[in-house]
Design a protein. Structure first.
Length: 243
């Protein structure tokens, strides 16, 4: 009898889900078309247009590794896809940062985590540290997009988020239209370590898009100044590259 009741409950649950989808259909974050019940946040057509990095299969240094050569010492790096002029990736990142779509950050964070799981360099990860944003920006946006990405990573990797251990000391201008030198000048003294990281041996800094690497470089320098033996890795949704 209980087995039969569970069958009814499961069938009723599928009916409710289907009914809700019919009345309140979800649309693709990238193109706006209606999603099927098998699709989540991004339609299959847009998913196929994303230029994934496939860094999880690399046996040689990746472009993201090379970006930080001679700048900071990193244990490992990963980016899910390349950010370029392709509309799909632009729409996804714009929705995450400016269209109040934090759920897309969690979703893409999970997708990144499934690939990070294949990399032995991340197997002993102790904590995730989202790149902090200033309280003013957090208030305006309503959330830190890097924290949403870290949430998705944490759900799959079962690694805690240490989002109160570092902070941003001042509100800076957007990096979008700055050259490499100006980006570094804009961020070089804006982070502080305000929590105890001594219990960790290997952390990953989580970011949304890595362009010149100036923001991450500044944050890594600050953490390494306080904890020189701590191994630091990078996990980002996107790596900027002209395709």
């Amino acid at each position: 009898m209980q087995v039969k009741n569970r069958g009814y409950i499961k069938s009723f649950g599928r009916f409710v889900d289907g009914f809700e989808h019919l009345i309140f259909p979800e649309s693709c974050t990238a193109c706006g078309t209606e999603l099927s019940q098998k699709e989540e946040h991004v339609c299959f057509a847009c998913w196929d247009k994303i230029h994934f990095t496939y860094f999880e299969g690399y046996h040689e240094p990746s472009p993201l590794d090379k970006l930080f050569w001679g700048r900071v010492q990193l244990h490992a790096t990963f980016a899910l896809f390349y950010f370029s002029q392709i509309r799909t990736t632009q729409q996804l990142m714009h929705a995450l940062k400016y269209k109040h779509k934090p759920a897309i950050g969690v979703y893409l964070g999970k997708e990144a985590a499934y690939r990070v799981q294949k990399m032995t360099a991340f197997s002993d990860l102790d904590a995730l540290i989202p790149v902090p944003i200033h309280t003013k920006k957090a208030f305006i946006r309503g959330y830190n997009q890097s924290e949403r990405i870290a949430k998705g990573l944490s759900l799959v990797l079962n690694v805690p988020i240490a989002n109160h251990n570092v902070g941003k000391t001042k509100h800076t201008e957007s990096q979008t239209k700055k050259n490499e030198f100006d980006r570094w000048e804009n961020v070089r003294s804006i982070f502080r370590v305000n929590g105890d990281l001594s219990t960790y041996k290997h952390i990953a800094i989580v970011d949304d898009v890595v362009t010149t690497g100036a923001t991450i470089e500044a944050l890594v320098h600050q953490i390494q100044r306080a904890y020189p033996t701590l191994r630091i890795s990078i996990i980002s949704l996107a790596l900027a590259r002209q395709l």
